[in-house]
Design a protein around this ligand. Structure first.
Ligand code: ZN
Ligand code: ZN
Length: 246
């Protein structure tokens, strides 16, 4: 019997998708998924004792690092799924620089593990924004893709345009610590009144923490009661977080 037209179309579509996007692990090349189970289980783990506010390693059993105790940051909580490196870095590069946005659901699923956030304690999910110029270059904001997937899977309200990056900034990596703190000050604007809300910020990678801290400060100025953040990966610093002057 001849196949139904819909089956034919569906098979042709699947074949086209397979041709365009073979499911090959971005790190080890194994077939079957874009980020395989073996690579996830071998990914660099977060420190066992990590500061609740900046995710940097703390001394054993301490909840907060010395820097966050001395100068409490505007971000109330930072949770990272992985430490940056190895397969985690390849996943981030695939999403950010290679245009493999199909990896986002797997990354967002990992980000939703082991967090205490639920529909009852989170009011909305907000991505770290990208400046319009950069967005035009790349065509998408990887943080927004992750945030949307995470919000969908956890049934959280999602507000994509909550924050705007109003000033284009140069790569943070090239700046000194002091220059970084200055470069992001007033770089973000909140579009809405977040009066009393607990906002969950999402980004792919946290390096110095400066971007998340400035986004959190902007949301607090717009009334947010609490700002937490979840990132896929964090580069660990030796010196503790950089807390911007606000
Ligand atoms: Zn793999
Ligand atoms: Zn800390």
């Amino acid at each position: 019997m001849a196949p139904q037209i819909s089956d034919t179309v569906s098979d042709a579509f699947k074949a086209a998708v397979d041709f365009v996007l073979p499911l090959i692990c971005v790190h080890c090349g194994d077939e079957g998924s874009l980020l395989c189970v073996a690579c996830i289980s071998n990914a660099p783990n977060v420190p066992r004792d990590a500061c609740v506010k900046c995710a940097e390693p703390t001394r054993e059993f301490l909840r907060m690092c010395g820097s966050c105790v001395a100068l409490p940051p505007p971000l109330d909580r930072l949770i990272t799924r992985f430490r940056y490196g190895g397969p985690v870095r390849d996943a981030v590069h695939a999403l950010k620089y290679r245009g493999i946005t199909a990896i986002a659901p797997a990354m967002a699923e990992e980000m939703s593990r082991n967090t205490f956030f639920t529909r009852t304690n989170i009011d909305c999910v907000v991505p770290v924004p990208m400046h319009r110029d950069r967005l035009n270059e790349r065509g998408y904001n990887q943080a927004a893709i992750l945030a949307q997937k995470l919000a969908e899977s956890q049934d959280f309200p999602y507000i994509e345009d909550a924050l705007t990056k109003v000033r284009s900034t140069v790569s943070q990596v090239e700046l000194t610590k002091h220059e970084r703190a200055l470069s992001l000050r007033n770089a973000f604007e909140a579009k809405y009144d977040f009066g009393g809300a607990h906002v969950l910020l999402i980004d792919d990678v946290c390096t110095t923490g400066n971007t998340l801290m400035n986004c959190a400060a902007t949301l607090k100025r717009a009334g947010a009661r609490r700002v937490s953040a979840v990132v896929f990966a964090k580069e660990m610093l030796a010196e503790g977080p950089e807390i911007p002057a606000i």
